[in-house]
Design a protein around this ligand. Structure first.
Ligand code: GUN
Length: 381
């Protein structure tokens, strides 16, 4: 253990960012400053389950990482002195991630949440050497005995936002600022457009890719180019409120994504598609404490209380609000699935026949744009 730690530290000398991350790892444990000695009745620290979270971007004040952090705080509160949580933010999707994961384990964490798609290979490598640590990887697809994967049905939130967008666009052209070209993001773009077209099938869409999860200046530039191209309602799959802020400045509409972003753009904000990771994190901690943790592939959505469209703006017509409410309740009772045929791609090819519901394998492999979206998915033929 000692030798391993020394070599980790040596490696870190090469990377200021890793050093900052690992220092943060040590520093950001909960409770932040245990000044008073623990009362005699409290469980000794060694009995606590140590749980750590690795974040790809700064926590900031809204969005993907912010929502994970809210859920971390919620479980810290819920499980009290049964657990001790910590986190490291701004860990890139590179070998730095593997070093941070190994360091977390070295610090006694037995349950580790790696909360970005690009951590996948680093989780696999660290987990193979650390069989006594349970890893949870958000949005990946590679499992192992000690690696579970989990995700939220963000495409359901995108569809609900799309309904609102379809009722508000005047130019009949909506747009999406897209992050990293993986099926999840392509699925969200398409689902947003399907929602808009459920209001008006003639609606067209444009997409600009920034190829990063968190890049506020680029997100803003992409939003500007969409607006210059005639888009008047935007969605995004990036991790900051930059698109919304740009919409506010330019007098068009946009949505919050992952968290409630209404405060950033009082005029432009039409609603926020919000993820709540708390139900899933609670379940995992409960299972781990009970010795019942199991690997698996968990994908929760509106039905499980993990996804919602909140704070729909007053200016949205009541008819659209009713349509959102109806879609939401039928997602909850299972009578409606976003990906139900007929669905046609933007080359005119039918991808789901009438009445056919896309199964998980179909959803996880979406690599095309639906009818009405301009262009081609990066890397697709
Ligand atoms: N990492 C940061 N943001 C995201 C996101 O929206 N999806 C996935 N899969 N990974 C992320």
């Amino acid at each position: 253990m000692q030798t391993r730690k020394r070599s980790v530290i040596k490696l870190i000398g090469l990377s200021a960012l890793s050093l900052a991350a690992l220092t943060a790892c040590g520093k950001k444990e909960e409770p932040a400053a245990p000044a008073a000695p623990a009362p005699a009745a409290a469980a000794p620290a060694a009995d606590k389950l140590k749980v750590s979270f690795m974040y790809v971007s700064p926590i900031g004040d809204g969005g993907w990482t912010f929502q994970h952090e809210l859920a971390r705080k919620a479980i810290a509160q819920k499980f009290g002195d049964k657990i001790e949580t910590s986190m490291v933010e701004s860990v890139p999707e590179s070998a730095d991630a593997e070093r941070v994961l190994r360091d977390m384990a070295g610090q006694g964490n037995k349950l580790i949440f790696a909360t970005s798609f690009g951590y996948q290979e680093f989780v696999q490598k660290a987990a193979a050497d650390l069989p006594n640590v349970k890893f949870e990887h958000a949005t990946g697809y590679k499992q192992a005995d000690n690696v579970a994967v989990y995700d939220t049905k963000t495409f359901e939130g995108a569809y609900l936002a799309g309904i609102v967008a379809g009722s508000m666009t005047k130019t009949k052209t909506v747009g999406v600022v897209a992050s990293v070209p993986i099926p999840e993001v392509v699925r969200n773009i398409n689902s947003f457009v399907l929602g808009a077209q459920s209001v008006d099938p003639s609606i067209q869409a444009k997409v600009v890719w920034v190829n990063e999860w968190f890049a506020p200046p680029k997100e803003s530039e992409a939003a500007t180019s969409l607006i210059n191209g005639g888009v008047d309602v935007m969605y995004q799959n990036t991790n900051s409120p930059a698109v919304l802020k740009t919409a506010e400045e330019r007098g068009v509409y946009a949505f919050g994504k992952d968290g409630d972003m209404s405060a950033f753009a009082p005029k432009a904000h039409l609603g926020s598609a919000v993820i709540d990771w708390t139900p899933y994190y609670s379940k995992v901690v409960e299972d781990t404490l009970a010795g019942k943790w199991q690997s698996g592939n968990f994908w929760w959505g509106v039905k499980e209380g993990a996804m919602d469209l909140v704070k729909i703006a007053d200016q949205v017509p009541q008819e659209a609000k009713d349509k959102v409410a109806k879609a939401k309740s039928s997602m909850k009772d299972g009578s409606f699935a976003v990906w139900t045929g007929p669905i046609v791609d933007n080359k005119g090819q039918e991808v789901l026949a009438s009445g056919v519901v896309g199964d998980d394998a179909f959803l996880r492999g979406i690599n095309f744009y639906v009818k009405g979206i301009e262009g081609v998915v990066p890397g697709a033929k």
